[in-house]
Design a protein around this ligand. Structure first.
Ligand code: NDP
Ligand code: GDR
Length: 361
């Protein structure tokens, strides 16, 4: 039985990847960091009691900023594959916490690679690094492919640039099977609530049910190449099953703006959108059209923005036979459906006198 170790197992991709690897018969180990509340919502359905004898899903406490925990876990697990997904993954937050972001996102991967080397696992353990389209930042070529020059535009992207190159360097210097998946934005119903897609679907569902008044966003003209996380974790696994390690762009090849995302999501649940302006009542509805109001709040603008990203996944398609299965409209539709269910649960709680919180973050 193959053993995989996933850092960032409690995150969006960690949850989908755990499901995929368990289906494939792996023994899956995950690293979660200590928090004062349970932070395992996304993987609770996979949880196995630590006292059970035949466990295939095992969680360990560790942190990307703590070499000792990483070395100890890797020594104990002796994984065939490590998927390094853990990161402070929010671009806007990285401007507020640049040093921590560098520690976890740049030095974190270095610590894992060093652990592989210190433990003499160079020939055994394959390493996947969660690289990102944010590396392209101020884009130098459209669409972006593996050979497009990088121009990072945030502390997050700069940290990920270090991680990208240290992965390449350890591959070349020590012969480790190490590769970068340069993944473009990928979303799902379990996407973090402060990324723009989930923020939109969650807010529109709550607005429809009268639980929230307005949706405040930043740059509506930003364009992204959005895919579904389930498609993208398949590719993470495929990249570690090849004869030789290589880096791949994973994207859909299709681009939409934030504004378009709002419009498609609103259509999906049959509500009108009115962009901030005149004739709006205090609840955020335009009474004439009964449309929900989307307002722009400058606090969501970034000091340096990535305006446009569009990936070219030709190499992944030709060499690995990978194509995304979920279309943009199917993605929006699934996210809207799931957020409506969540809003209905919150509405029920509100009706029974339990408070629910509208977060506009
Ligand atoms: P999430 O933010 O959903 O998950 C990040 C995970 O990392 C969480 O499990 C989080 O733990 C964990 N984590 C954060 N800091 C630490 C730390 N110091 N030590 C240990 N664990 C830590 O991200 P995604 O699942 O969306 O993304 C996975 C990876 O892919 C990330 O590295 C991200 O940067 C990268 N990426 C994501 C893309 C996307 O569109 N989703 C695109 C390209 C790259 P906790 O749950 O406790 O917060
Ligand atoms: P991104 O995702 O920065 O691309 O990073 P995010 O969803 O945060 O932003 C996408 C674009 O939307 C604009 N935007 C807003 N963004 C947020 N979060 N909130 C808003 O209110 C808002 N209004 C407009 C942003 O300015 C941006 O242009 C994600 C993360 O998953 C990274 O970890 C990953 O590496 C990249 O995708 C690929």
């Amino acid at each position: 039985m193959k053993k995989a170790l996933i850092t960032g197992v409690t995150g969006q991709d960690g949850a989908y990847l755990s499901e995929l690897l368990l289906e494939k018969g792996y023994e899956v180990h995950g690293i979660k960091r200590r928090s004062s509340l349970f932070n395992t919502d996304r993987i609770d359905h996979l949880y196995q009691d630590p006292h059970a004898s035949d466990r295939h899903f095992v969680l360990h406490h560790g942190d990307m900023t703590d070499s000792s925990s990483l070395i100890r876990i890797i020594q104990q697990v002796q994984p065939d594959e490590i998927y390094n997904l853990a990161a402070q993954s929010h671009v806007a937050v990285s401007f507020e916490e640049p040093e921590y972001t560098a520690n976890s996102d740049a030095l974190g991967p270095l610590r894992v690679l060093e652990a592989i080397r210190i433990l003499g696992l160079e020939q055994k353990t394959r390493f996947y690094q969660a690289s990102t389209s944010e590396l392209y930042g101020l884009v130098q070529e459209i669409p972006q492919r593996e050979t497009t020059p990088f121009y990072p535009r945030s502390p997050y992207a700069v940290a990920k640039l270090y991680a990208y190159w240290i992965t390449v360097n350890y591959r070349e210097a020590y012969g480790i099977y190490a590769c970068n998946g340069i993944l473009f934005n990928h979303e799902s119903p379990i996407r973090g609530e402060t990324f723009v897609t989930r923020k939109i679907t969650r807010a529109l569902a709550r607005i429809k049910l009268g639980l929230q008044e307005r949706l405040y966003l930043g740059n509506l003209d930003a364009k992204r190449d959005w895919g579904h996380a389930r498609d993208y974790v398949r590719m993470q696994w495929l990249m570690l099953q090849q004869e030789a390690p290589e880096d791949y762009v994973i994207a859909t090849g299709e681009q939409h703006s934030v504004r378009e995302f709002v419009e498609v999501a609103a259509r999906e649940i049959g509500i009108g959108i009115r962009w901030e302006g005149q004739g709006v009542d205090e609840k955020g509805y335009d009474q004439a059209t009964n449309a929900c109001i989307v307002a722009v709040d400058p606090r969501y603008f970034r000091p340096t923005e990535v305006e446009t990203l569009l990936g070219d996944p030709t190499k992944a398609r030709e060499q690995l036979g990978w194509t995304p299965e979920v279309s943009f409209s199917a993605l929006v539709s699934e996210m809207m459906r799931e957020d409506l269910k969540e809003a209905e649960r919150d509405q029920l709680c509100a009706r029974e006198g339990f408070a629910t919180l509208s977060r506009n973050e």
